[in-house]
Design a protein around this ligand. Structure first.
Ligand code: KG4
Ligand code: ZN
Length: 417
C-alpha cells in the first residue's frame, strides 16, 4: 500500500459561525458553533488492532465508546498481522460506528464533526478508518478533523481526570507507553508556548508538545508481549504478566536485572536488551522447558485465563516475571520522574496500554506523591486504544478550526513532536 503526504489542513477564524471546506463539498457549508450548544464529535480509530468508534460531547463527556478488539484474530501469531488487521477493520467499521451511535442515542445527522486517526499506525489499518470517516464527512457535509493517535492518548488522561472534576496542571510530562510506543513528551498549554495559536473561545485545551525521549528499540508493551510468548503465556502479554507478577510469594528472583543503560539522552528507553536477558536466562535453565510446554498445550486448548495458567507456573517462573516487571516499571518511572524534575513539571501523565499495569500505576502514584506532584492515568478502558480519546482530541482541533479535506491520507510515521 502507498503512503502519501499528509493532507492539507485549513485553519479559519470566522467568528461565531465556523465555515469549513472540503473538496467536493459546496464551499460555505456552515456549522453552528454556539457556545451554549454542545459539539458532538464522532471519533473513529483504526490505527492498529482495535476498531473503535465513540461519541464525545465538547471533548469531555463520553456519550458512547465501542471497541472491537482483534486479539482473537492475531493471538495465534503472537502479534498483530497487518493484512489481517486491515481486513478485520473492514468487517468491523460499519457495525462499530452504528453501535456507537445507538449507544449515544443519536443518528448520523446529529453529529457535528468526525474525528479520525490518520497516524501513526499501520497504513492499511489507518486507511479503513480514514476512508470511512471521509465518506461520512462528505455524505453528511460535516467537517473532518484529522487526529494524531498519540495526541489521543494524551487526551485520554484529560478525559478521565474530567470525570472526577480534576484537571492536570501544566506543564506536565506525559509518558505514552503501549505495544507500539514508548515516548515521553513535555505537554504545555499552547497559549503559553505559541500565543498566536491560542484557541480564541474557551472550553478546549490545545496543547503544545515537545518530545523528551523515546524507545530506541522495542516498546515496553512489545517487550511484555515477547516475554509472555517465550514463557508460553499467550498474547497479549501485559495483562497476564501483570497478574502473575502480583502472585509472587516472596520467592527470590532466579536472576537479577540491573538498571537499563542507554547512552546519550537520559530520557530514551530501551527494552530489547531486557527481553533478550529473559530469553538467555530461560535458555540456560532447561528446568523451564516442561512447564513452558504444558502452558503452550493449555493455550492450544484455549485455556489462557489467569486462573488456568497460574497453576502451571512454578514459583521460579512467577519470580522471574516479577523481576522482569520490576525492571520495566523501575525504568519507566525513574526516567519519567527525572524528566519531570528537570522540567519542573506540575504533573505526570501516563497513558497507553501499559498504563493499565497495576504495579506501574501504584509505583508512579507513590513516587509522584512523594515529590509533591500529581499523577494522572486514564481508566483501563481509556488506557488501551479507543475512539473516545480520538473524539476528545478532535474537539480541540475542531475549536482551532483545523480540518482536512478528501486528500487526507494515512501517515504511518506521523509525529506528535
Ligand atoms: O495502547 P494499546 O491498546 O495498543 C497499542 O499498542 O497501541 O496497548 C497494547 C499493549 C500490549 O502490548 C499489551 O501487552 C500492553 O499494552 N498491556 C499491558 C497491560 N495491559 C495491556 N502491559 C502491561 N500490563 C498490563 N496490565
Ligand atoms: Zn495506542
Amino acid at each position: 500500500m502507498r503512503t502519501v503526504a499528509p493532507a492539507r489542513c485549513w485553519r479559519y477564524r470566522s467568528g461565531p459561525l465556523l465555515r469549513y471546506r472540503s473538496e467536493g463539498l459546496q464551499l460555505g457549508a456552515t456549522v453552528a458553533q454556539n457556545q451554549t450548544m454542545s459539539v458532538r464529535i464522532l471519533g473513529i480509530e483504526s490505527s492498529c488492532d482495535e476498531t473503535a468508534a465513540a461519541v464525545v460531547a465538547d471533548g469531555r463527556e463520553i456519550l458512547s465508546s465501542v471497541v472491537a478488539s482483534q486479539i482473537d484474530v492475531h493471538r495465534k501469531y503472537g502479534g498483530v498481522v497487518p493484512e489481517l488487521a486491515s481486513r478485520e477493520h473492514l468487517r468491523q467499521i460499519v457495525p462499530v460506528v452504528r453501535e456507537a451511535l445507538e449507544q449515544a442515542k443519536m443518528q448520523l445527522g446529529d453529529i457535528d464533526a468526525i474525528g479520525v486517526t490518520h497516524g501513526p499506525g499501520l497504513v492499511g489499518a489507518l486507511l479503513v478508518g480514514i476512508t470511512y470517516g471521509k465518506t461520512l464527512a462528505e455524505a453528511l457535509r460535516k467537517p473532518l478533523v484529522p487526529v494524531n493517535h498519540l495526541e489521543g492518548h494524551v487526551h485520554a488522561v484529560f478525559l478521565e481526570a474530567h470525570k472526577s472534576g480534576r484537571a492536570p496542571k501544566l506543564p506536565a510530562v506525559c509518558l505514552i507507553v503501549s505495544g507500539g510506543h514508548t515516548v515521553l513528551y513535555e505537554v504545555t498549554d499552547i497559549a503559553s508556548a505559541q500565543p498566536e495559536m491560542a484557541v480564541p473561545q474557551g472550553g478546549a485545551a490545545l496543547f503544545a508538545y515537545r518530545k523528551i525521549g523515546q524507545t530506541r528499540d522495542d516498546a515496553a508493551g512489545e517487550a511484555y508481549d515477547k516475554v509472555a510468548k517465550l514463557l508460553g503465556l499467550g498474547y497479549p502479554g501485559g495483562p497476564i504478566l501483570d497478574r502473575l507478577a502480583a502472585a509472587t510469594n516472596g520467592v527470590p528472583a532466579p536472576v537479577k536485572f540491573g538498571a537499563i543503560k542507554t547512552r546519550g539522552n537520559a530520557y530514551d528507553f530501551s527494552f530489547s536488551g531486557l527481553k533478550t536477558a529473559v530469553l538467555y536466562h530461560v535458555r540456560e535453565h532447561p528446568e523451564y522447558v516442561p512447564e513452558i510446554r504444558s502452558r503452550e498445550e493449555a493455550l492450544a486448548r484455549g485455556e489462557r485465563k489467569y486462573e488456568q495458567l497460574l497453576p502451571l507456573c512454578s514459583p521460579q517462573t512467577l519470580a522471574l516475571v516479577r523481576e522482569f516487571q520490576d525492571a520495566v516499571v523501575r525504568d519507566l518511572v525513574n526516567r519519567t520522574l527525572g524528566a519531570a524534575e528537570e522540567l519542573s513539571a506540575e504533573s505526570v501523565l501516563v497513558s497507553g496500554g501499559v498504563a493499565a499495569n497495576s504495579q506501574l500505576r501504584s509505583t508512579f502514584e507513590e513516587r509522584v506523591r512523594a515529590k509533591g506532584l500529581e499523577s494522572f492515568f486514564p481508566s483501563r478502558a481509556l488506557s488501551t486504544d479507543n475512539a473516545a480519546m480520538i473524539a476528545a482530541a478532535a474537539y480541540s482541533r475542531f475549536r482551532a478550526n483545523e480540518f482536512a479535506d478528501t486528500s487526507l491520507n494515512a501517515d504511518p510515521g506521523l509525529k506528535l513532536a
